[in-house]
Design a protein around this ligand. Structure first.
Ligand code: SAH
Length: 359
């Protein structure tokens, strides 16, 4: 039977549901706190509700929560969680216990449609979007499993999927987590990483709750970008950067530009100089991500000396730059390494390599 699912409701929606059951409105906030603060999903255990109400809820609502099907722990403390969803599909989330900040890296889709040639998730193709409850559910479960409900943590939407391709569910999930009765998540603790879908970026710019923005750039010419990210073919770098210039930023905030470094492909001195020119005048910081290699990914990671040289060149060009430390590589939890076993349907990486050799 299709009962209302508590996991999919924002607080005002839960309040309306509670009203239809003829229950006092404050009960909605109590239930919400149980779900988010205490990580409970069985109404039977919500002990500040009357037994009669609990019994009633048990027959009239349900609550879907992603189930931890498997966990792995890296030697560096990073933990990877495989979540099973209601229909048996799975996604991965990663916990990075960096001090002082704790970070959850969560997924927004099963697979991804963007086809980036260097990303394992991209090789899977898109299986389906996650619902808002499934996106928020990863955070509910991680906060509970790691006993962090009362602590501050950061969220990066950098797991599987393209968050702006699943816009409504992603934004709803963030509102669910932001409610003070939920986890009280503030926008500055959330970073949304996107390949840069321009119409969705404009929509995001007009929201009242705007997370930090990270844009995956990866190339300094349209030609190379279109090869590395085939689905970006319909847009030009110039227009993407124009949308970034319009993006609302608070005092001292910057947009992060992610740049995967691929040996001999986009890591030349000329690339660094072009990148500095492209970003001139933008409140930007560049996060260089030396490729995390994987079988089936037809690119190589540049040497540390090359990475340093690229970073130094950007810094000389007046660009703020950092190099992302790769975490959890031994358990395949690093950027671009999330994939659900069962294997890629086809190799986007091989297609990208073929395009590059044609070019
Ligand atoms: N769809 C979002 C989130 C992707 S994951 C986006 O495109 O931004 C976060 C970052 O990891 C992106 O910048 C992505 O391009 C990068 N990435 C993907 N595969 C990688 C790999 N094999 N090595 C290093 N970074 C990778």
């Amino acid at each position: 039977m299709n009962l209302p699912d508590l996991a999919e409701l924002e607080l005002p929606e839960l309040e309306s549901l509670v009203a239809t059951l003829g229950v006092e409105p404050f009960r909605a906030r109590q239930i919400y706190r149980w779900l988010y603060r205490r990580g409970l999903d069985g109404v039977a255990d919500m002990t500040n509700l009357s037994v009669a109400l609990r019994q009633r809820l048990q027959t009239e609502v349900r609550c879907s929560t992603p189930r931890v099907a498997h966990q792995e722990r890296s030697t560096d403390g990073t933990r990877k969680f495989l979540f099973e969803l209601r229909d048996g599909k799975t996604v991965e989330s990663v916990f990075i216990p960096d001090t002082p900040a704790m970070t959850f890296c969560i997924s927004t889709q099963v697979g991804c449609a963007m086809q980036c040639g260097f990303c394992l998730t991209g090789q899977m193709g898109l299986s389906r979007h996650l619902s808002a409850g499934e996106v928020a559910g990863q955070v509910r479960v991680l906060a509970r499993e790691l006993d962090l409900s009362e602590r501050k943590f950061n969220i990066v939407l950098m797991g599987m999927g393209e968050p702006l391709h699943n816009y409504d569910a992603t934004m709803k999930a963030l509102r669910m987590l932001a409610a003070p009765e939920g986890l009280g998540l503030t926008p500055r603790r959330v970073t949304l990483s996107t390949v840069g879908l321009i119409p969705a970026l404009k929509r995001l710019a007009a929201e009242s709750w705007v997370p930090n923005l990270a844009v995956s750039l990866h190339a300094t010419t349209d030609e190379l970008r279109h090869t590395l990210i085939p689905t970006s073919r319909t847009q030009r770098l110039e227009d993407l950067l124009a949308a970034c210039r319009q993006f609302p930023l608070k005092h001292r905030e910057r947009i992060t530009f992610e740049y995967v470094l691929l040996d001999g492909v986009n890591d030349l001195d000329a690339d660094a100089r072009r990148l500095a020119r492209l970003l001139a005048g933008l409140p930007a910081k560049v996060n260089l991500i030396p490729l995390n290699p994987a079988p089936g990914i037809p690119f190589a990671r540049p040497s540390d000396a090359r990475v340093d040289r690229f970073a130094a060149s950007l810094a000389r060009g007046g660009i703020r730059v950092s190099v992302r430390k790769s975490r959890g590589q031994d358990i395949r939890a690093a950027c671009g390494q999330l994939i659900v076993e069962g294997g890629p349907r086809e190799s986007a990486g091989q297609r990208a390599a073929a395009r590059l050799s044609e070019a």
